[in-house]
Design a protein around this ligand. Sequence first.
Ligand code: MN
Ligand code: MN
Length: 460
Amino acid sequence: MAEGYDRKKNAWLKYSESQRQELFALNEGYKDFISNCKTERECALEVIRMAREEGFVDLNSVDTLKPGDKVYYNNMDKAVALFVIGERPLEDGMKLLGAHIDSPRLDLKQVPLYEDTEMVLLDTHYYGGIKKYQWVTLPLALHGVVVKKDGTRITVVIGEDDSDPVVGITDLLVHLSAIQMEKKASQVINGEDLNVLFGSEPLAGVEKEAVKANILKLLQEKYGFEEDDFLSAELEVVPAGKARDFGLDRSMVMGYGQDDRVCAYTSAMALFEVSHPDRTTCCLLVDKEEIGSVGATGMQSVFFENAVAEIFDKLGCYSELKVRRALANSHMLSSDVSAAYDPNYPKVNEKKNCAYFGKGLVFNKYTGRAGKSGSNDANPEYIASIRQALEKHEVTYQTAELGRVDQGGGGTIAYIMAKYNMQVIDSGVAVLSMHAPWEITSKSDIYEAFCGYIAFLKEI
Ligand code: MN
Ligand code: MN
């Protein structure tokens, strides 16, 4: 029996039967999304596909815009902004839901392929913050693109279909690990040793590097590219396999890349729920957060400003001043995952100010490290208006910071958007085993995030 709403209570206790059904249905869609989208490109293209189904069209394909129109802006297939044009003038500001779609992984080096003792391996350079020892002895998959000199783009996914082979990184057997076991955890596996075993059968009749010759023959036959084409490739090594229900009660999701695709998916789904908003709404999904939001597809790029300028132009009222006003008058939920309280590691958190499974959408007034350094610090006036919106919609939410004071820290894209002088707060979903190959979330928190984003879009 549902117990009714109390924003502090475990969210599972408040659901009616129909809400439970909606919760589990949302999570089925989410599991499919993270199972099929393991790179920023795969996420961007899938979000665009979903948006097109919802009636969104490419911003570049329209000459004029009016309230109620839905458009997407595709930045190099790696970042995407979805807009629903509001009734009020754009310079009154937007309501933004932001998240990132890149996740920690191993990238192939530009010259990755080599043969050693009749085995072929792929050299990698890890991307984002990982515990390297977590990435060995796992089934891994290869996702990405290879672009040939003539511009042909070849999409590669190896290791996801049940009939596909997987690849992976070996580890020493324990009986030979006397020296390895004495090392610090950060040095047990070195970055340069994250080499992916890729093949072992020699090509008959070849004298030198016959296994590599065989692999190159297979790559040519199956994918149509040659060794030099790795120079213009973006191939990412990620955990192979689908997201799964986790726990006997199926209350959780285990999957790769939930940081931050759990916020990306729920933000996009919430945007699709609200048509004809008063002020323009936007879901902004960006790349490169895990390495500092740099590059043309990261949040520090001006692509978002450019998109807003384009929209003004198509509304027939562009001016630089209006672009500045639109950005400064905006409100944003900058969503990224929070570290969930882990009963195995109680000491890293301060219990009153950390995120728990089942306690809903997490808000971080500030992030940063060592005295809030590098943080956006949200205004209490803004937080108050969000509390009002969430409680009106009976959303379960909690507040947290990343660990005990001086335990560590981190940042998100919030401070970058705050530079436009808009109101921004960090929010998101709690995750266990964050940045590990397989991360865990609570299905109720995912549902509360979705409901919380809808409340934000309707009320702020
Ligand atoms: Mn992260
Ligand atoms: Mn993140």
